[in-house]
Design a binder for this molecule. Structure first.
Ligand SMILES: Cc1cc2nc3c(=O)[nH]c(=O)nc-3n(C[C@H](O)[C@H](O)[C@H](O)COP(=O)(O)O)c2cc1C
Length: 244
């Protein structure tokens, strides 16, 4: 999928007043994703969610490619560390930092987020992509560029999870092209302690329920009794490990 939705939402006041109450009645914990244009906006929103009933954790989207300036926090090591620390100080909830793959060294960004106090690192957000109507000589998306997601990005996401898990001790949340239980297991073995499913929900809204049902049997195939037993069990060929 290639999208340029941006961050369509009705704002944090409306989220806290109208959306969080019904979300908090669901059985699953709610992780609230926030994105600010500036450091101050991130910190202000993190502070507003501190102690909010129904919010289990905070994910900092420092990686959206569709928002003007939205990606800076995820591409500059010092800005990344600072914004994570600011949110961390303003909010007692666990803080996840969601990173962009559109950088040269994602391990370095993860280290900065961990240094800022991130409790977990989510990887990856979408990759910058483009689609062109050559006859009309115009981009297909209104925004020109867009975020690429879905199965096409899975190898990149797996690589990023592996690199981040190798670079930091902080738990990693794997995201990118997950659509079936084999995908989930690949991410766990690569080093993810949890996964998220995005694009697959658009064509199969019940996908997550099926993945949860299938997880115990897949773990058993590895001789694992819980997710933790499978996380980061990838064994790289010695000669390959030396080069990466
Ligand atoms: C339509 C659409 C909207 C998205 N909106 C957000 C967003 O608001 N915040 C965010 O952090 N990521 C957003 N993402 C990125 C996804 O959360 C995810 O990181 C990415 O799509 C890769 O996972 P997937 O291949 O399972 O979709 C969006 C993705 C799609 C396809």
């Amino acid at each position: 999928m290639l999208n340029s939705i941006g961050l369509d939402n009705d704002g944090i006041d409306a989220f806290i007043a109208h959306h969080l109450p019904y979300l908090s009645r669901l059985r699953a914990p709610t992780i609230v994703s926030i994105a600010g244009r500036t450091y101050d906006e991130f910190v202000e929103m993190a502070g507003m969610l501190d102690g909010c009933d129904g919010a289990a954790a905070l994910e900092l989207n420092i990686s959206c490619p569709n928002v003007s300036g939205g990606v800076d926090f995820g591409t500059d090591v010092e800005m990344c560390r600072r914004v994570v620390q600011g949110a961390r100080d303003a909010c007692g909830l666990p803080v996840l930092a969601k990173l962009t793959p559109n950088v040269a060294d994602i391990g370095q960004m993860a280290a900065a987020a961990a240094d800022g106090g991130a409790d977990a690192i989510s990887v990856i957000n979408t990759l910058l992509g483009m689609s062109i109507d050559w006859r009309g000589q115009r981009p297909m998306l209104g925004n020109g560029l867009g975020g690429l997601s879905g199965p096409a990005i899975k190898p990149i996401a797996l690589r990023a999870v592996y690199q981040v898990a190798s670079a930091v001790d902080t738990p990693v949340v794997g995201i990118g092209g997950i659509a079936n239980i084999d995908d989930v297991m690949e991410f766990l073995v690569a080093g993810a302690a949890a996964v998220q499913v995005g694009t697959a929900n658009f064509y199969d809204p019940t996908v997550s329920v099926r993945l949860i049902d299938q997880l115990p049997a897949a773990l058993a195939e590895l001789g694992a009794t819980c997710v933790r037993d499978a996380v980061g069990t990838l064994q790289m060929n010695d000669s390959v490990a030396a080069k990466t």
